[in-house]
Design a protein around this ligand. Structure first.
Ligand SMILES: Nc1ncnc2c1ncn2[C@@H]1O[C@H](COP(=O)(O)OP(=O)(O)OP(=O)(O)O)[C@@H](O)[C@H]1O
Length: 258
């Protein structure tokens, strides 16, 4: 395996606060890597630096071995990094398939050139992507009437329309019911396995993390304090300390495994 994404000494300070503190990690190709940590640990700040929304104070980010530190979000996106957000952003007035078609048009740089014919373009590819996320049957429904879990699946299809080699998912299951969360992560794991996309995600639901991540990193107060597989992370005394009374957090996940 080789690294698709790597950070070295990534650091972000806001005034006197070090939100991300000298974080170095590597995400291997085809890996589903989770970044966890309590509120304020620095996960979103880290994501924002990876995606070019925030310049690091120091340190470097490499995509497929090339430095991308300092590039803007659009340049990084063009290099094959997709992102899903905590709050889903879609065109509510369009149908499901039209939203994915728009993403395909944007990916191909065709948006303005072909707007009058947009509804006809890339429909087959859009339907194939919707099929991949289990949404083909809802293709012609309007987004405004979709259940939240379905919107999240559509958002995944939109992210995949850009054919990303790396997908950054910031709390992909936020706002979902527990069973829906596991289903979305199961779907993500399947896409990782079948499409060869690499994924880095942040998540508060430990069942989701321990159920599906290949590897887990733990941030606390900006610093990377542990890294390993589910068993190693559960057994790590530092991690248990961070998740005070950690019995609650990790206990739930253990029950799922049993
Ligand atoms: N733009 C900013 N200006 C000042 N401080 C910030 C800014 N963004 C984040 N912070 C601070 O940096 C720290 C890390 O925040 P961040 O949002 O990255 O944590 P997080 O792990 O994503 O938290 P959560 O799980 O609650 O989303 C926090 O103390 C936060 O208050």
């Amino acid at each position: 395996m080789s690294a698709i994404l790597e950070t070295r000494g990534l650091t972000k300070t806001f005034g006197g606060l070090t939100a991300v503190d000298d974080v170095s990690f590597a995400l291997q190709k085809g890996e589903l890597l989770a970044m966890i940590g309590p509120n304020g640990a620095g996960k979103s700040t880290c994501f924002n630096m990876l995606m070019g929304q925030l310049p690091p104070t120091s340190g470097a980010v490499y995509l497929d071995g090339e430095v991308i530190t300092g590039l803007g979000p659009r340049q990084i996106w063009r290099r094959g990094v997709g992102r899903t957000f905590q709050i889903t952003a879609t065109y509510a007035s369009m149908t499901v398939v039209e939203n994915v078609q728009m993403a395909l048009l944007s990916h191909n740089g065709e948006i303005f050139r072909v707007l009058p014919f947009a509804h006809r373009m890339h429909r087959d590819r859009a339907l194939a992507l919707l099929d991949m996320v289990g949404m083909a049957a809802q293709a012609d429904r309007h987004c405004a009437v979709l259940a939240y879990g379905d919107l999240k699946r559509m958002e995944l299809a939109i992210a995949l329309a850009h054919d990303p080699k790396l997908l950054l998912m910031d709390e992909p299951t936020a706002g979902m019911a527990p069973r829906e969360r596991l289903a979305l992560m199961e779907l993500t794991a399947r896409i990782v396995a079948e499409q060869g996309v690499s994924v880095l995600f942040t998540e508060h639901d430990m069942d989701v993390v321990f159920g599906h991540a290949h590897r887990i990193m733990v941030l606390n107060r900006g610093a990377l304090i542990a890294e390993g597989n589910a068993a190693e992370i559960r057994a790590n005394p530092l991690v248990q300390d961070v998740y005070l009374g950690g019995g609650t957090v990790f206990g739930r996940a253990e029950k799922t495994d049993a």
